[in-house]
Structures are given as C-alpha cells and as structure tokens.
Design a protein around this ligand. Structure first.
Ligand code: ZN
Length: 525
C-alpha cells in the first residue's frame, strides 16, 4: 500500500422515533465537510451515517401507532436517509441498526471479545431508566425526580442484567484523552470528560431483559433472555459497517490501520463516545477512535428544539426554500464552536444576502461579466508572477493551511474566515483597480492600460477559481456553478488544484448569471 493518507469519519446515528430536525442536519453537514475536504486532499476517505433503531422507545412509539416496530423504523429511517439529496451529503455508507446484516454479527463479536477479556458479568440491578435517553440515572442526577434532558419521570427498573467492567478502564481512558491520543474537542468538552473520569467510573449495564424490550434488539450471545443495551449495539455500528464481524478489508483499511478515526457527535452523547465506546474497544483489543468532535446544540428562536413543544424546523423544507448551499453555509458559518447557536429564518436570510449573494456571488458575477464584456469571454494569459497580483496571491497562499487547521480543530468558522479573506481581497482589487476605467483607456489606445486590464482580469478569474476550489467541501453546488461559469467542469476544477496558477488562461467563460440571486427575486420567481 502507498503512503496515501486515510480518513474515516462518522456522524452519530440518531434515534428514528421522530423526524430529522435541524440539529441533526448540522451534524450531518459538519461530517460531510470533513469527508469532502479529505477526498479533495486526495486522501483515502470513507464516511458513514445511519440510524439507531433498536431503542426501546421505538417499541413504545410503534405500540402507540398500532404498527409493527420494523415498519415504524423503516418509515422514519427513510426520512433520515432522505436528507442526502436536499443537504448534498456524500456519505459512502448508511447503516440501519435493526436492518443491516452487518450489525448483529458485529455487535455480537464485540460482545464476545469483551466476555473473553473477562469484562462482562451478570448481576441484579435496580435503577431509574429514562427510556428516551436509553440510560440509567442516579437519583442525584435527576431534576425534581425527572430526566434532566427530557423532563419525564424515569422508569424504576428491577432486573438481572449483564454489566461491563468500565471501572477497570478509568486510568487508560484518562491517559488517552489527556494526552490527545484520543482527541476530544473543543477543549471544554475534553475537560468535562476528564473530570467525569476523574470522579471514578462505575460498571454499567450492557443488556436488558428481552421481555422488557418485547424481543426487539440485538440478542446477547448465548442468552436468549437478554438483548443488548441499545448503546452497545449502536456504538458498534462504527466498526460493524466496516465488516468488523468478518475482519474484512475495510475494517483494516479504515479502523485498525488508519490513524484518523473521527466521530462527529452532539454534546449530549459525549460520555457514551468518549468513555463507554473506547473502553469497549480497549476491552476487545481494538484501537479506540482518534478524534471525537463535539458540537453544541442549536436552539430555535432561543428555545430548545422539541417536537412536543411544536418547536421544530424541517431542514428539507429550508433547503427547498433557500437552497442547499444557503442552509449548509448558515450552519457552518453561524454555529459557534463552543456554545449553543440560535437558528431563525431571518438570520439565515441575512447571512445569505450578505455573504453569499452580495460578497461572494456578486464578485463572481462581476468578474465573469467583465471578462465577457472586455475580453470577449476569454481569460487573458498573463505573467502569473506579476507584481500587480501580489496582494491576491499572498492572501490565496495562506488559505490551505488555515482551512486544514480549522477542520483539524473542528472549527468551520475559522476555515470559512480564511476563504472570505480572499473574497474581500478580490472585491477590494475590483474597487481599487477599476477594470472599467482600464477598458476605457485601452479602447483609447493606451497600451499600458491594455496590459493592466489583462492582468487584473486574469488575476480575478484565478481568485474566483481558487474560491470555487476551496468552497467545494462547504457549498458544493455553488462552487461547481462558479467553476462552470469559468469554463471548468468539477473534475477540471479538482485537477486544477489549490495553488495559484494558470489553469484558466485562454479559457472561455460562460455568460454571467447570478449563482446566488437576491432572495426577494429568487423567492418570487
Ligand atoms: Zn431522558
């Protein structure tokens, strides 16, 4: 095998007891940008999404509706899988945990490996279980006797369960995370996990009675009275989907022998991913993930998104109204790295108008139409090292490392800021070098103006090409449209690379037409 770098990135797998909301859209888009950027860098990349279907809560929802659980989860899973088109998601694989033939053997193999390590034992258990969270709570974790997340009174559960010896793994987990061999970011989430581990880890229940689950769930090997605790089979999806059960080539390529195993998750499931999951893997003799990127929550008009309160927004409808790129861009640009973000449609519109329609779209439109008007559509060939282009070239040269650092640090704002520095520099170049004045002087026979006009148009065209290249992982549709206006197919754009060059010299641009029209015009047409 060559030295080609590898990259594996996953979303969490959401419960399918409801419809996808904008919070999952955020996570799906974040993971998608990481995957697209890795592919664009030429890395051997695999991205995974899916749905978590073995939860007890699905059994209850199906009973309320009077339909089989399998029918309920199939219907709802289709809605999550259906985000792919409207959000321009590019996952390579999508796993449904109640349905995928790779899941049960994968989860059972992981279970047996933990048993072989003597980390599984059976004991009687009494506890308070929130079925919506699918986890036990201690009395002191509840607020007024209710689940701190769902506000419902947890069930008193009294049964015999299998337990996992998490208590054995505290030191190793602490060491992994403190040393960043398992990178948990942003920093306050790393601190949260380290503090949690520091308080001491208790063994946790990894099964429930098959009867309580009405037989729904992944059977515990060699014990028909028990099904796996939904989190155990859910977490195993990340390796089950790589054919862990059969020790297939994907498992070696993207897990065992891949130094970048990246999960993108919400802050509410940090403990499952940064504590339980790596511990299960260590027990099974497998490498833990290398990076856990944690996003905060989106609120809607400053309220928690909640179906029961009627406070939801459908990402598919938003994309249909405002465009896929408008939604992707808003999520990536506006979501704070270390605090909750608030979504309103007014904010989405404002961001679209200011950044996409005005700063970026208008720039591209001006450049393409000036090349059309002053050069008959042909991008002039000029000296790629001319002093006049130095300002743009130096801004452009700084972008790749800033994007790489931004994405490595799970900081999409920083990455977009780096790209927007070139948007601003190019707009400044248009305003300062006034191609229309150069064109007038050139028509009057001024040879210096003629040469300066060639230079500025070629440099602006190259700036736009680089914008299209860098924006591809973030707003893939718009980036492809920019490239097309410059006369480049998506493939040609990719091949043209991320450094300042001469790929456009002599190319013919298309008729200028706004890629990001003003919304007033777009919504009324
Ligand atoms: Zn809960």
């Amino acid at each position: 095998m060559s030295q080609q770098k590898r990259y594996y990135v996953t979303t969490s797998i959401p419960y399918v007891n409801g419809e996808p909301h904008i919070g999952f859209a955020l996570e799906a888009v974040q993971a998608d940008v990481l995957a697209r950027a890795a592919r664009q860098r030429g890395e051997d990349t695999r991205s995974l999404s899916g749905t978590d279907e073995n939860a007890l809560t699905n059994v209850q929802a199906a009973e309320r509706e009077g339909i089989p659980v399998a029918a309920l989860v199939a219907r709802n899973a289709a809605r999550f899988a259906g985000l792919r088109g409207p959000l321009a998601l590019s996952w390579d694989d999508f796993i449904r945990t109640s349905h995928d033939p790779r899941l049960v053997p994968g989860a059972q193999k992981l279970w047996r490996a933990c048993v072989a390590a003597d980390d599984v034992y059976k004991r009687h258990y009494t506890g308070l279980y929130c079925v919506r969270c699918e986890r036990f709570y201690r009395q002191d974790e509840l607020i007024d006797g209710r689940c701190p997340i769902h506000g419902i009174v947890p069930e008193q559960v009294d049964e015999e369960n299998y337990f996992f010896r998490l208590s054995r793994y505290g030191d190793r987990l602490h060491d992994l995370i403190a040393s960043d061999r398992l990178r948990v970011q942003p920093e306050h989430r790393k601190a949260e996990v380290l503090a949690f581990i520091g308080r001491g880890l208790a063994d946790f229940s990894i099964s429930r009675s098959a009867m309580r689950g009405r037989g729904w769930g992944v059977p515990v090997p060699d014990d028909p009275t028990q099904v796996m605790y939904v989190w155990v089979d859910a977490l195993s999806n990340y390796i089950s989907a790589l054919d862990y059960a059969t020790d297939g080539p994907l498992f070696h390529r993207f897990w065992r022998e891949n130094p970048r195993r990246v999960h993108v998750i919400g802050k509410d499931i940090l403990r499952f991913h940064a504590v339980d999951w790596p511990a299960l893997l260590l027990s099974a003799g497998l490498p833990p993930p290398t990076t856990i990127n944690v996003h905060e929550f989106l609120t809607l008009n400053n309220e928690r998104i909640s179906k029961s309160r009627g406070n939801t927004v459908d990402p598919v409808a938003l994309a249909a109204t405002y465009g896929t790129d408008a939604l992707r861009y808003w999520l990536l640009r506006e979501m704070p790295r270390a605090a909750d973000g608030d979504f309103t449609e007014a904010r989405l519109v404002e961001r679209y108008e200011r950044d996409l329609a005005n700063d970026l779209g208008n720039l591209v439109n001006r450049v393409v139409s000036m090349i059309g008007r002053y050069r008959n559509g042909q991008v002039p060939a000029t000296d790629a090292t001319s002093p006049s282009g130095e300002a743009l070239r130096s801004v452009a040269a700084a972008i790749p490392s800033k994007i790489a650092a931004g994405l490595e640090n799970f900081d999409f704002r920083a990455a977009l800021d780096a790209i927007w520095a070139l948007v601003s520099a190019a707009n400044r170049a248009v305003d300062e070098r006034k191609p229309w004045e150069l064109a007038r002087a050139a028509r009057a026979g001024d040879a210096t103006a003629e040469h300066a006009l060639d230079a500025v148009l070629a440099e602006l065209a190259e700036a736009v090409r680089l914008l299209a290249w860098h924006l591809t992982p973030f707003i893939p549709d718009g980036a492809a449209a920019f490239a097309e206006q410059l006369g480049l197919s998506s493939e040609e754009l990719l091949l043209s690379g991320s450094s300042w060059g001469t790929a456009l010299h002599g190319r013919t641009v298309q008729q200028a037409s706004p890629v990001f029209p003003r919304l007033e015009a777009a919504l009324s047409s």
